[in-house]
Design a protein around this ligand. Structure first.
Ligand SMILES: NC(=O)c1ccc[n+]([C@@H]2O[C@H](COP(=O)([O-])OP(=O)(O)OC[C@H]3O[C@@H](n4cnc5c(N)ncnc54)[C@H](O)[C@@H]3O)[C@@H](O)[C@H]2O)c1
Ligand SMILES: O=c1ccn([C@@H]2O[C@H](COP(=O)(O)OP(=O)(O)O[C@H]3O[C@H](CO)[C@H](O)[C@H](O)[C@H]3O)[C@@H](O)[C@H]2O)c(=O)[nH]1
Length: 322
């Protein structure tokens, strides 16, 4: 297939692009490089630099025609979304609607969207099923939920085959593609920095140790980025014209912040220096995915569920870059 990957210069988009190329698909990346890197786009894919305002030209121009669009481009820092909601509504919601107009005008039949566990907010029950209430606790989650809802209506009205993949906590790396966020805010790369970094000031701040969880720290469901990439292949194959489906992508198992830090210490052989810090606003205590629907309907389940494997892969990627 010929596939447009938006956000393909970012962490997850570059891994998805790599997997698509491995499978023999042809890939064009559309990315404005706001948080991504041109040299992160895997060799073999063509990079077009720009926002979704360029999507129609790309989809209808010489690089086409396209069979599918994978839409990963977004801002994804929750804290930032609380301080600057306007940036998230514009960049995640308005930009996505611009892309959707282009997809419909160009007659592309399939679209897979990167949604998030943040659409659920504080879950009433875990593991979280796709039928759970969607009550996001921050503008990031809301800006993504709006697109899930738009897709549902657009698919039904215009015959689009669309899927929202609601990722939980994505970790690990695939070959030369991995996490290069600047600034980095995610637990595993920060814990690796704290364990392996040189000099002072790199203590890992544990955001809250008085949550109603077994050790008082938040619990998250980590999923290997290569499994996320494989789920995109399954979604492309399983998308149904005229329908929109939401799928949670996780392992169905939670690890507390402390358990992650212990696993980082085991993998690196180094202690992770920590300090206690205040809770981060909007952080739910526990987020764990139910993988039932995606297994039943797309036949997908994670092939790399081990937390230590994810940390090892992230650590290998970090070492290769330092
Ligand atoms: N990292 C996670 O754990 C996680 C969890 C759930 C959902 N997601 C979603 O997955 C997607 C990828 O996340 P990531 O961690 O790889 O982030 P990332 O910041 O590494 O990648 C995002 C990419 O999108 C590009 N981009 C942003 N806005 C753009 C725009 N308007 N036009 C063109 N390009 C634009 C950036 O330059 C970057 O290359 C995002 O949609 C994010 O919301 C990530
Ligand atoms: O320095 C840190 C960084 C993180 N944490 C804790 O570690 C856990 C995981 O935090 P991350 O920032 O790594 O990930 P989030 O769960 O906040 O967010 C991830 O999952 C979300 C879905 O809930 C969104 O999709 C988001 O884009 C994605 O990065 C949280 O409890 C957080 O409080 C710390 O204690 N200290």
């Amino acid at each position: 297939m010929k596939i447009l990957v938006t956000g393909g210069a970012g962490f997850i988009g570059s891994v998805v692009t790599r997997r698509l190329l491995e499978e023999g698909h042809r890939v064009v990346v559309l990315d404005d490089l706001s948080t991504g890197f041109a040299d992160a786009v895997p060799r073999g894919a063509e990079l077009v630099r720009g926002t979704m305002a360029r999507a129609l030209d790309v989809l209808t121009g010489d690089l086409g025609p396209f069979d599918a669009v994978l839409h990963l481009a977004a801002r994804a820092l929750i804290d930032d979304s609380v301080r600057h909601p306007e940036r998230f509504w514009r960049n995640n919601t308005v930009e996505s609607l611009t892309l959707l107009d282009a997809v419909l005008s160009a007659g592309v039949g399939r679209l897979v969207f990167s949604s998030t566990a943040a659409v659920y907010g504080q879950p009433e029950r875990v593991p979280i099923e796709e039928s759970a209430p969607t009550v996001p606790t921050n503008p990031y989650g809301a800006s993504k939920l709006a697109v899930d809802l738009a897709l549902e209506a657009y698919a039904r009205a215009h015959g689009l085959a669309s899927v929202s993949l609601r990722y939980f906590n994505v970790a690990g790396a695939l070959g030369e593609s991995g996490e290069r966020h600047e600034p980095e805010t995610h637990i595993i790369p920060l814990a690796l920095d704290a364990a392996l970094g040189e000099g002072a000031g790199r203590e890992f701040a544990v955001f809250g140790d008085d949550y109603p969880t077994p050790d008082g720290t938040c619990v998250r469901d980590f999923i290997h980025v290569a499994d996320i990439a494989d789920a995109h292949l399954a979604a492309l194959a399983g998308a149904v014209p005229g329908e929109h489906r939401n799928y949670n992508l996780g392992n169905g198992r939670g690890f507390s912040v402390r358990e992650v830090l212990d696993a980082v210490a085991r993998v690196t052989g180094r202690r992770v220096p920590t300090r206690s810090a205040a809770r981060r606003p909007g952080d739910p205590a526990v987020l764990v995915a139910s993988g039932e629907r995606v297994r039943r309907e797309l036949g997908w389940k994670p092939a790399r569920p081990g937390l230590e494997e994810m940390i090892e892969d992230a650590s290998r990627f970090r070492r290769a870059r330092s």
